[in-house]
Design a protein around this ligand. Structure first.
Ligand SMILES: Nc1ncnc2c1ncn2[C@@H]1O[C@H](COP(=O)(O)OP(=O)(O)OP(=O)(O)O)[C@@H](O)[C@H]1O
Length: 450
């Protein structure tokens, strides 16, 4: 190569290098710009979503609508049953955080491509933390004087107990206390209630808990104790008081002073809850569970405070002690946490004998719940609360002034398509029910603690 040839080759290579360098640099600048504008758009979108949610919440509040959230559980090993082709195909998805998409085409059936909108939709990967973060604001309302009810509804095996309590050990119902991140709404809500109480200005609060199971249309008190102090389920009845409220006479209400006392107590009651294997999974709850926290706010009078030996300044040491104190004013608010038994198509359940009886009681009580919501939605003069013990027990939460959140739980697979569509239909109807604005209990003006 002549000198001239080498020079021009070097020049050419240099030009190529410079060109490549310039192009890379331009790309990098462009990518940086794009990244920045994407970030800006995302931030703006999140702000708008928050604003829209806040507006939606106010609207729901004003109309007294029932809030409905929907959680789609992940695919699990028991979904893939041998010999059932296509049954484990996923057909229900979270299209976004407010939309469920059900998409399915089966030979011999019309294809389904349907969306359902709810206040919040959780995809299979969303954690217990995320679910609870959306529920927690309702608990603030509880201490502001509103009754609150959170109810999990869905087909057998769709994740109701997981969502409400957390994953369950083989032998018993219990809170998996070892792994806090897996705890469900009930234990977290209790922790939150005690945290909120600890932040309150002087006044007095105490928390009582009751645990009830509705099994085969009978109510059982799961905290009742025998003469040796051992818990055993005692049958109770539900009545309507003169004020038109539902009440369970003789129901055990235990005072708890903190969340771990609550967990310990409720765990004992949960051991009595009926569960049997079903064709869906081995540890199916065959009863509706209702855990109620009653929060009594006591505004101290002249004598109160002198007798309060509690370690916490904002809490009374016992209800009995408080009842003995004169010049007190009390306001009671109630948090009802409900893990409904699983809805099921009787034909699908494969149940016979006693199990079939259980299944039909579960289905009857759930359709009584749907009938009650239908009657409220149509503003009928008669709402058939007394058609089942479940609806009679939940009367004040469903039809009364409570803020009600229905947590729909959905199995993602084709096998449970019919049940999932039924649950999604239930949720859609529930969120259209308007009951008038949630009513706040008026707190008496707090007098300064002495
Ligand atoms: N989001 C989830 N992530 C992980 N596992 C889950 C989830 N939801 C449910 N599961 C598991 O699926 C199984 C069935 O769930 P779960 O018992 O909560 O259903 P269920 O709706 O309460 O059923 P049933 O009405 O029969 O009692 C359990 O083993 C549970 O741990």
């Amino acid at each position: 190569l002549s000198d001239y040839g080498i020079d021009s080759l070097l020049g050419f290579l240099k030009a190529c290098f410079l060109h490549k360098f310039t192009v890379t640099l331009l790309f990098q600048i462009k990518a940086f710009d794009l990244e920045q504008s994407l970030q800006e758009v995302t931030e703006r979108y999140e702000k708008e979503t928050q604003k829209r949610r806040a507006l939606h919440n106010s609207l729901v509040e004003l109309r007294g609508n029932i809030r409905v959230h929907c959680r789609i559980r992940p695919l699990l090993p028991f979904d893939t049953a041998a010999g059932q082709r296509n049954f484990s195909d996923e057909v229900a998805y979270a299209a976004d955080d407010e939309t469920v998409l059900v998409k399915c085409s089966r030979p011999g059936h019309a294809p389904i491509n349907k969306t359902f909108q709810f206040e919040r939709v959780y995809s299979a990967s969303e954690s217990q933390d995320t679910v609870f973060a959306d529920v927690a604001p309702l608990l603030t309302s509880l201490l502001d004087g509103y009754n609150v009810c959170i109810m999990a509804y869905g087909q057998t095996g769709s994740g109701k107990t997981y969502t409400m309590l957390g994953p369950q050990p083989e032998e018993n119902f219990a809170f998996a206390i070892e792994d806090e991140s897996e705890l469900g709404i009930i234990p977290r809500a209790t922790q939150e209630v005690f945290r909120l109480i600890s932040e309150k200005p002087p006044g007095s609060y105490w928390v009582e808990v009751s645990v009830v199971e509705v099994y085969n249309n009978e109510i059982f008190d799961l905290l009742a104790k025998d003469s040796c102090g051992k818990v055993f389920g005692v049958k109770r009845d539900v009545v309507t008081t003169r004020e038109g409220k539902s009440d369970v006479p003789l129901l055990t209400h235990e005072t708890v002073e903190n969340a771990s006392e609550f967990l310990h107590l409720v765990n004992k009651g949960l051991q009595l809850r009926v569960k049997h294997p079903t064709l869906v999974h081995a540890h199916s709850s065959r009863s509706h569970l209702v855990v109620t926290l009653t929060i009594t706010t006591v505004v101290s009078g002249d004598n109160f405070g002198k007798e309060n030996k509690s370690t916490s300044s904002s809490r009374a040491s016992s209800p009995a002690q408080l009842e003995a104190t004169e010049k007190m004013k009390q306001v009671k608010t109630r948090l009802q946490l409900v893990d409904l038994a699983g809805s099921e198509c009787v034909g699908m359940s494969g149940a016979t004998g006693a199990a079939l009886r259980e299944t039909s009681f579960i289905n009857r009580s759930l359709s009584a719940l749907a009938d009650v919501l239908g009657a409220i939605a149509e503003q009928r003069s008669h709402v058939p609360y007394r058609n089942s013990k479940l609806t009679h027990l939940l009367q004040d939460s469903v039809g009364g002034d409570a803020k009600l959140l229905v947590m729909l739980c959905i199995s993602p697979t084709q096998k449970y398509l019919t049940e999932s569509m039924q649950s999604l239909g239930f949720g859609t109807r529930a969120q259209q029910v308007q009951r008038g604005q949630g009513k706040k209990k008026n707190f008496p003006v707090l007098s300064k603690a002495k």
